[in-house]
Design a protein around this ligand. Structure first.
Ligand code: FRU
Length: 315
């Protein structure tokens, strides 16, 4: 700068140059803090979601991530959001355990001007910046239709539901029921296994004890389908039953299909990369859509080696 001042550049202009340079340096070095609250890290799918967020965030030196794990405790997750607000983070990403209890904390963060990206499970109402997830009703419906086809229009089915106070559980249920409507598929047993393999196994033991004939298990996630398979295997009945799950992680559901443990699994994308893409846009003051719906693929014994196939968008 001294060199510049020694030449013919007027002092005002030099000052402007100086200020612009320092502003640019500040803009380049500005770091945004993003707080992410994950509802639990006990399941492979959620571990993958955090890994996807981290991989995407690591590519941007302007982002500093703070990860918190609520360990399936709604109160803990509520406290996370409140802590992020008092720490004054620039943006919050949340994958909520349940819709109702997390609605207010998210709304409060929005009230103080902190944008919130909600992933995979919804909160109530529309007080959030952007929701990213797949269409769980569509996945449930596609599962229902596929099952009707596989069973030739009739059969006895067990439905192992995800946590029914979370929106994917509700939507995978209503979508499925719509998908089997008009067929002679009978849901002979249904239970809330809360997304947990161990609980699914216990519920399946009850179903097996009550019913001599079960044609297929539709579980709202792959851990649930796997738990049901283990119960059937312990009872020596796994070969008589088909198992269908949702998630299709490469190192979980897809492997189960390849091994013949599951007959089908539907992909449930983690939204991790998309969350960071959208976070950057918000932090840079760009407009973002309120809803981002990601697609899903169906993997079966027949198509798994070829990479599955996209599920249709039929009504
Ligand atoms: C993991 C999980 C997934 C499921 C998703 C629904 O916690 O249970 O298996 O697809 O949550 O929110």
């Amino acid at each position: 700068m001294r060199a510049l001042l020694g030449t013919t550049i007027p002092i005002g202009m030099a000052l402007t140059l100086c200020l612009t340079a320092s502003c640019e340096r500040k803009a380049q070095t500005q770091v945004f803090t993003i707080g992410m609250s994950q509802c639990n890290l006990g399941e492979p799918w959620r571990v993958q979601m955090n890994a996807d967020v981290k991989t995407a965030a690591d590519k941007h030196p302007s982002i500093k991530m703070i990860f918190k794990d609520a360990q399936n405790d709604g109160l803990k997750q509520r406290a996370h959001v409140e802590e992020f607000v008092s720490a004054g983070v620039d943006l919050i990403i949340i994958s909520p355990l349940e819709a109702q209890p997390l609605t207010k904390p998210v709304a409060k963060a929005m009230d103080v001007g902190i944008p919130v990206i909600v992933l995979d499970r919804r909160v109530r109402g529309d007080k959030y910046t952007c929701f990213i997830g797949a269409d769980n009703k569509q996945i449930g419906r596609a599962a229902g239709r596929w099952i009707v086809k596989q069973l030739g229009g009739k059969g006895k089915v067990v439905e192992l539901k995800g946590l029914m106070t979370s929106t994917p559980g509700q939507d995978r249920h209503t979508g499925f029921r719509a998908g089997i409507e008009g067929s002679e598929i009978e849901v002979i047993f249904e239970a809330d296994m809360k997304w947990l393999e161990g609980k699914a196994r216990g519920e399946m033991e009850s179903a097996l004890a009550r019913f001599d004939e079960i044609d297929l298990v539709y579980a709202h996630n792959d851990p649930g389908a796997h738990g049901a398979y283990l119960a059937a295997k312990a009872a020596g009945r796994e070969k008589d039953i088909m198992f269908v799950g949702i998630d299709a992680l490469p190192h979980e559901g897809i492997i189960y299909v390849k091994q013949g443990i599951l007959d089908a699994t539907f992909e449930y994308p983690t939204c991790g990369k998309e969350a960071i893409d959208i976070a950057l846009k918000i932090l840079n003051g760009e407009e973002v859509p309120k809803e981002i719906t990601l697609g899903s693929r169906l993997f079966t014994t027949e198509n798994v080696e070829a990479g599955g196939e996209p599920i249709g968008s039929e009504p």
